[in-house]
Structure formats: C-alpha cells, structure tokens
Design a protein. Structure first.
Length: 104
C-alpha cells in the first residue's frame, strides 16, 4: 500500500497541529507541517510530496506563489486549500483529489 506524503502550510499553529494529527492518524498518510513558507519550500525541494494542504492565515500572494512553486517543482503534486469544516470534510477533499488522479 502506497504511503501518501503531505506537506501542510499554515500560519495558525493550533490549526496546523490539528491538521497534522488528523492526517497522520491514517495508516498510509504521512504529514509534516510548516508555518514558514521558506522552510516549507526547502523541505519540498528535497522530498517527494503527493499532497500540499494550505491552511489558514496564509496571505493571498504567498498562497499563489507557494502553489506556483510547488506545481513548477513537482507538477503531479495536488495542492488543496483547506480552511476548516471538520475531519470528515478534510478526508473527503483528499480522497476526492486522489480519486481524480486515479490513485484511489
């Protein structure tokens, strides 16, 4: 079974910690989280990432720049904006994107 690698970027530390806990609760999902986009970019350059989750508190221009950076460096990455709605919605958003790519 494939393990999906996640990178989560968010400025609200409490929400970032919750997202990390939720994603890492799934057997084949592994997430790392960052509140600093430069550190996230460094990590992204050195690891194969399947899904990037953008969380709350990111300025619009940073969100656009980071998304462009990710897609340029790893064109097959899925970038998902997730700003809340509960763990069921989060799982559904992720599984839907994996399904669209034929990975589920």
């Amino acid at each position: 079974m494939k393990t999906y690698e996640f990178l989560i970027l968010g400025k609200n530390q409490a929400i970032l910690e919750i997202l990390l806990r939720l994603v890492n609760a799934y057997e084949n999902w592994n997430a790392v989280g960052f509140s600093d986009e430069k550190l996230a970019q460094e990590y992204f350059l050195n690891h194969k990432i399947d899904i990037v989750l953008l969380s709350s508190g990111i300025e619009d221009h940073i969100e656009k720049e980071f998304t462009s950076f990710c897609l340029k460096e790893q064109p097959n990455v899925e970038v998902i904006e997730h700003f809340g709605g509960g763990s069921g919605l989060l799982k559904s958003e992720i599984e839907y994107r994996l399904h669209l790519k034929g990975n589920l």
